[in-house]
Design a protein around this ligand. Structure first.
Ligand SMILES: [Fe+2]
Length: 196
């Protein structure tokens, strides 16, 4: 007999080991965004139990202080999209926002569907190792007695400062209640533009 394993869930990950990005400055910029009055006023979103600029300030990629991160993300998104079979596409950020959590904060499992959203991702500016992200299966099924490589429904990535994760926009993901004091991440959605 044979059991075939079909349809992978690709997750691209890379760490900024060469410090291409100035993380202390990025952190400062993120905290300034989250401290804005309009962001503070929207903290009651039931799907994001975390301070997030998602609904009110999601065009951070257009601000010069985030341009280095934009280049970094789009460079890696290009590599990822080529490996997914889009050699002539140029992934470009369309939304970019900040989440800044406090202990106990979490984000329910969700995906990033939307018109022209090809890929989504997250960059860890500041975090505790214990505050990572879970990538989850879309399928619901009877909980197995023992999880085997064929019945796993999730993969946990621990928190790592300076790491970028990219995944298809329909990939389900979420976080557990935050354990560390501070967790500041930048999220983004990308569209696949034609190369010019
Ligand atoms: Fe998300």
């Amino acid at each position: 007999m044979t059991i075939d394993l079909l349809f992978p869930t690709p997750v691209y990950r890379v760490v900024d080991t060469e410090n291409f990005l100035d993380r202390p400055r990025l952190l400062e910029s993120c905290l300034e965004v989250v401290a804005r009055r309009e962001v503070q006023d929207r903290l009651s979103n039931p799907f994001h139990r975390v301070a997030s600029s998602h609904l009110v300030a999601d065009r951070l990629h257009l601000e010069p202080r985030f341009s280095g991160l934009k280049r970094f993300v789009e460079k890696h998104a290009g590599k990822f999209s080529r490996s997914l079979g889009y050699p002539s596409g140029k992934p470009r950020i369309r939304q970019m926002w900040v989440n800044a959590g406090k202990p106990g904060d979490f984000v329910y499992p969700h995906a990033h569907p939307g018109r022209n959203v090809f890929m989504a991702g997250v960059f860890y500016v500041k975090c505790d190792k214990r505050d990572g992200i879970s990538i989850l299966s879309q399928q619901s099924r009877e909980e197995p007695e023992v999880t085997t490589p064929l019945s796993t429904t999730g993969q946990y990535y621990e928190g790592q400062e300076g790491r970028l994760l990219l995944f298809r926009a329909d990939t389900l993901h979420g976080t557990f209640p935050q354990k560390g004091d501070s967790r500041v991440i930048i999220s983004f959605n990308l569209a696949l533009d034609d190369a010019d």
